[in-house]
Write a protein of this length. Structure first.
Length: 403
């Protein structure tokens, strides 16, 4: 019986051959973390015939890893417990797969080798490692493999640093590789990602840099505040798009209008009357005055009824649901437009101040980024501009209204 595994690529082979007891592999997305970790797990199962554990950050990721490994090991599996995510292997080895949203489940087990996939995304990695996972290695003097794409300066970064200082930590070793060291990923794909992402995001996700997580998100603002004054007539035949954010109890309704052809903001508006009819009229008048061809407006809570009425009266507006998932790419895309000076904006102190104050925060628990105004500040002007920029990318080029 044998399992056919892919031959490791050069970088993967370097890691395998340089292994210590505790191994931390920091690499870009699609570098081949799963392929390397499969190789290491199966190697131990077949050679040592002792239990091996595989950990994934969440139940969802575990389900994917389970499906993949189960398939690879079909030839050598003699028993399989779907519920427990356990595979028994010819000759006596056992593979247990665990999700780390409930790390305690693995307490009290004994393993010859443990593998932690996407380790930078493990909630409470420090506790999971120290209190649950590390102790499972004591009986067999087992070893460990952690691989991940960085998430700022969290505990994965600390473990990575341990492996860099071999003199102080002889049991630890770590490596860092960009996605590009995987020869099976087209370099064109990586170049395309470089063009699509803000520089710091690209550095983290593809170059595997441990970038500082927190801080200002918009840079190069001053260079992008040169939108000239203009009137609708000057934009005859140009597509004009709009982004809008509805005011709630104590913040503002904001609108930003961009001329896609000229690449600058032609108008913006900010007001804090929350009366529905008033808001609707004001939006209508902007759409009419500038012959807006396409607009993207927030759809949450109170946005919904206003938006529906505006759509019923024929305005070319589409709703955008702002969620923890949809917001980061929206904001990152606007940050990228500033870095590249793709759009010029109206120089307005209030709107500039909100851009300057805008922050990125990284959750110490999940490692995910979130974007918002600082405590007590507003972010509605940033949202309007981010939506206007997205409207320009999505539909702006297609819809031209004659002025
Ligand atoms: N040694 C290898 N041989 C062949 N293909 C590989 C090898 N390593 C990685 N790949 C391919 O590269 C892609 C990314 O690998 P994967 O292990 O899923 O990366 P990651 O887990 O880092 O996102 C997959 O299509 C995988 O099949
Ligand atoms: Mg993977």
């Amino acid at each position: 019986l044998e399992i056919l595994l892919p031959k490791l690529h050069d970088a993967q082979a370097t890691v395998r051959d340089g292994a210590a007891r505790f191994n931390v592999v920091d690499c870009g997305r699609r570098w081949g973390k799963n392929v390397l970790l499969h190789d290491r797990g199966i190697d131990s199962l077949m050679a040592d015939r002792l239990p091996v554990a595989w950990f994934a950050p969440t139940y969802k990721m575990l389900a994917e890893d389970w499906r993949e490994l189960k398939g690879k090991m079909a030839e050598v599996a003699v028993g399989k417990l779907e519920q427990e995510h356990r595979l028994e292997v010819v000759g006596g080895g056992v593979l247990d797969m665990w999700s780390l949203d409930q790390p305690d489940a693995a307490r009290g087990r004994r393993y010859r080798r443990v593998i932690i996939n996407e380790a930078a995304q493990v909630p409470h990695l420090k506790d999971a490692w120290e209190m649950v996972i590390r102790p499972t290695l004591a009986d067999y003097v087992g070893d460990a493999w952690l691989a991940g794409t960085p998430r700022g300066h969290n505990h994965f970064f600390e473990l990575f640093q341990r492996g860099q200082d071999v003199a102080a930590n002889p049991d630890w070793r770590s490596w860092r590789y960009p996605t590009s060291s995987n020869p099976y990923i087209l370099s064109e794909e990586i170049e395309a990602a470089r063009l699509d992402l803000p520089e710091r995001v690209f550095r983290q996700e593809y170059l595997a840099d441990f970038i500082e997580g927190e801080g200002a998100i918009f840079r190069n603002i001053q260079a992008c505040l040169k939108a000239p004054k203009s009137i609708p007539k000057q934009h005859r035949g140009h597509p004009i798009v709009l982004g809008g954010d509805w005011g709630k109890q104590d913040d503002f309704t904001t609108l930003s209008l961009i001329c896609v052809t000229c690449g600058y903001e032609v108008a913006h508006d900010r007001f804090n009357k929350i009366d529905y009819a008033f808001q609707r009229k004001r939006v209508e008048s902007w759409v009419e005055r500038w012959h807006v061809g396409y607009g993207l407006v927030e759809r949450n809570s109170m946005g919904d009824p206003i938006l529906e009425e505006l759509q019923r009266s024929g305005l070319p507006l589409v709703g955008f649901d702002t969620t923890a998932i949809s917001k980061p790419p929206l904001i990152e895309s606007l940050a990228l437009a500033f870095e590249r000076e793709e759009i010029q904006w109206i120089d307005d102190p209030v709107w500039t101040a909100e851009l300057e104050a805008y922050e990125r925060k990284v959750s110490a628990v999940t490692g995910r980024s979130s974007y918002s105004a600082p405590e007590g500040g507003h972010d509605d002007t940033v949202m309007a501009r981010a939506l206007a920029r997205k409207a320009a990318l999505d539909g702006g080029g297609l819809i031209v209204f004659e002025v």
